[in-house]
Design a protein around this ligand. Structure first.
Ligand code: BTN
Length: 247
């Protein structure tokens, strides 16, 4: 079976990949859509992807490690994407926890990893959805993200070919998932930490009991959670949510 489904348009490649995975598509099978009509971001936010100037893709993973470790896949995906982009442009890529892709201090991509929730005893799988702005100029972004979003072309003047980038990401991701299955999470964490945009920076975040707390980034711990130190020296382990940089 071909490992890539490339289509002109769909609502969301995550949804299409989920459907293909339920029909039995194998580990590594990817979907690339030139346009998405209902692209989804993290925390139920919309993802601007109704132009064909980006890479909108989802890759099906059937990992050979316990489901309790699946959350680590989104950090591995961040490393896979950052390293793939750097293979094509001569500029370093940063990662903002948990998995925003940053170039020159602006967001150029994001990752939405979703785990299957089957109760029929079949092997669980993960859909890793990846969106990367390739050739979008700032006036093409919706007003509300114009100041904070960027594209590879806007920062480098390089026109990256989407299928070329997809191929590199898919290969990197499969090799990192394989590495995790055989050698654990350590090597991936080391590679993630080299690109940590928040390290030492001031930020705020909203705690589980909805308090807004200010602090400084100390980096990811060995389980992949982010550690933030508040002004009083208290260390908080952030498991999920958004960390907002303060200027
Ligand atoms: C985020 O930063 O909020 C994550 C964005 C993830 C967007 C990608 S585009 C391909 C895939 N399909 C979707 O609907 N979402 C992901």
């Amino acid at each position: 079976m071909s490992l890539l489904t490339h289509i002109k348009e769909c609502s969301s490649t995550n949804e299409l990949a989920m459907q293909l995975a339920l029909e039995g598509a194998p580990h590594g099978h990817g979907v690339v859509a030139d346009r998405q009509t209902r692209g989804r971001g993290r925390n139920k936010r919309p993802w601007y992807s109704d132009s064909d100037n980006g890479l909108w893709t989802s890759i099906i993973l059937r990992p050979r490690f316990p489901i309790s470790e699946f959350s680590r896949i989104s950090l591995a995906a961040g490393v896979a994407v950052a390293e793939a982009i750097e293979q094509l442009i001569a500029q370093s890529v940063q990662l903002k926890w948990p998995n925003d892709i940053f170039l020159a201090n602006k967001k150029c991509g994001g990752i939405l990893a979703e785990t299957s929730s089957l109760t029929d005893g079949s092997e669980p799988f993960v859909i890793v959805g990846i969106g990367i702005n390739l050739c979008i100029t700032s006036d093409q972004f919706p007003e509300e993200i114009r100041e904070t979003a960027t594209s590879l072309y806007a920062e480098t003047s390089i026109e990256v070919d989407k299928l070329n980038l997809y191929g590199l990401i898919q290969a990197n991701l499969l090799s990192l998932v394989d590495l995790m299955a055989h050698n654990g999470f350590g090597e991936i964490l080391t590679r993630w930490r080299r690109r940590d945009l928040l390290l030492g920076k001031r930020m705020n975040w909203v705690t589980a009991d909805r308090q807004r707390v200010k602090g400084r980034g100390l980096g990811v711990d060995d389980s992949g959670c982010y550690i933030v130190e508040s002004a009083t020296g208290e260390k908080h382990q952030v498991i999920s949510g958004d960390l907002n940089l303060l200027i």
